[in-house]
Design a protein around this ligand. Structure first.
Ligand code: FAD
Length: 402
């Protein structure tokens, strides 16, 4: 009987094994994960779950019984140490598990601060796992002071939760503006104003020099020399793809585990999906850090592992929740050279449309689900509406879809 082993029991791993069974795969399936919790959703970790608005059970992607009911061996709390590609075995300590086909869904690893600048002091947290968030949750008491390092989506979401819970929040972003890596100045301006209206002290163009404290963090020295007292710190300075196993096994790596359009790595018996991969997209090779990508890619890989021949054509989209604002992003803005604003005055509902010359690439929509939905469909259809129509808030966009 054929045995498929999947390493990484997160969003992609869980979707992959479910798809195998839904599609009728009747061989052996083993899903191995280093974390002790059954596969869960990460997005609420910096949103509703951190706020205390979501029960633990609702985080789980599927009830734990799903795996046994579907004859999937789920091994949690189990770190895979190596892959022996010649023997086709995965190595866990002294144990070896043979596979016919293997899938890597090893996710990402958060960037941490080095110990030399206080990164290992108590009270310094990353926001990647359920354990991280359970450990930091008791720190979120009103009146305390948190320093958030990094003005990307995770840092901003954590700032929103902290501000809502009545903490004093300072956020430092080394780049000239928050969200610089991922969004246009218009989007940065929108979120800066939103956070400032909730009392968050956003410092842009200011990095962290070092965290201070004896055993536990009590202060920070910023790159402009400012010294502040803090009760704890959250580090949101990005992630790197989880390539360690693949790299040690000799698989090709290119900003992630390199896969072809079908999700196959440079070893024909090994596939990969989710945050850990880079894959062909239009004329480039990209890596996406998002739930929709993890699910869609994993499901295609499952089908291809069963012998189908399906290309993965990514349809990038993403979301973020901060205070009462829902941001929805369609497309990828890489290469944009102009941005069209669709907004009535300074209304909270707004959308920013990224163009490369006259080609529509992406849309950031804030509390504008209609703008998002239309933008997404236009981008997927390869249609680029005239900018004057987008900018005209009286114009109905729906006819553009025809
Ligand atoms: P993961 O879900 O990270 O799963 C990988 C798993 O592999 C981990 O459990 C890891 O422990 C395990 N693993 C790694 N190496 C080994 C090994 N050697 N042995 C055993 N197990 C191993 N995306 C959105 O689209 N929208 C959002 O709003 C959003 N918000 C987010 C908020 C937070 C706080 C975080 C952390 C992420 C957020 N994301 C969001 C990103 C999204 O969660 C990820 O893109 C998604 O989880 C990727 O799924 P994955 O399966 O590739 O990786």
């Amino acid at each position: 009987m054929s045995h498929i082993v999947v390493i990484g029991a997160g969003q992609a791993g869980s979707s992959l094994v479910a798809k195998l069974r839904n599609s009728g795969f009747d061989g052996e399936v083993t899903l191995i994960g280093a974390e002790s919790a059954p596969p869960y959703q990460r997005p609420p970790l910096s949103k509703a779950y951190l706020l205390g608005d979501m029960e633990l059970e609702r985080l789980y992607l599927r009830p734990e019984s799903f795996y046994s009911d579907n004859n999937i061996t789920l091994r949690l709390g189990t770190h895979v140490d190596a892959i022996d590609t010649n023997a086709r075995e995965v190595v866990i300590g002294d144990e070896r598990i043979a596979y016919d086909q293997l899938a890597l869904t090893t996710g990402s690893v958060p960037r941490l601060l080095p110990a030399s600048i206080g990164g290992t002091l108590q009270g310094v947290y990353a926001v990647r796992t359920l354990d991280d968030v359970d450990q930091m949750a008791p720190e979120f008491a009103g009146g305390r002071h948190v320093l958030i390092i990094g003005g990307g989506y995770i840092g901003l979401e954590a700032a929103a939760v902290a501000a809502k819970k009545g903490l004093n929040v300072t956020l430092v972003e080394m780049a000239d503006r928050i969200l610089q890596r991922v969004a246009a100045p218009e989007t940065s301006d929108y979120f800066r104003a939103l956070h400032q209206s909730h009392g968050v002290d956003i410092k842009e163009g200011v990095g962290l020099d070092r965290l201070t404290g004896d055993g536990r963090v009590t202060g920070a020295i910023l790159s402009d020399g400012t010294k502040i007292q803090i009760d704890f710190a959250i580090v949101g300075v990005g992630i790197t793809p989880g390539i360690a196993l693949a790299e040690a096994a000799g698989l090709d790596i290119d900003n992630g585990i390199k896969t072809d359009t079908h999700g196959r790595t440079s070893d024909p018996a090994i596939w990969a999906a989710g945050d850990c991969t880079s894959f062909p997209y239009r004329n480039a090779r990209i890596r996406l850090e998002s739930v929709p990508n993890a699910i869609d890619q994993a499901e295609i890989v499952a089908r291809n592992m069963m012998g189908d021949d399906i290309e993965y054509v990514a349809k990038p989209w993403f979301w973020s929740d901060q205070y009462d604002v829902k941001l929805q992003i369609a497309g990828l803005n890489t290469g944009y050279n102009n941005v069209v604003t669709r907004r009535d005055g300074d209304a909270a509902s707004a959308s920013f449309w990224y163009y490369q010359d006259d080609m529509l690439l992406a849309v950031d929509a804030m509390n504008d689900p209609r703008g998002y939905m239309i933008g997404k469909r236009l981008i997927e259809a390869g249609k680029s509406p005239d900018k004057s129509i987008i900018a005209d808030t009286d114009a109905d966009l729906k006819p553009l879809l025809k």
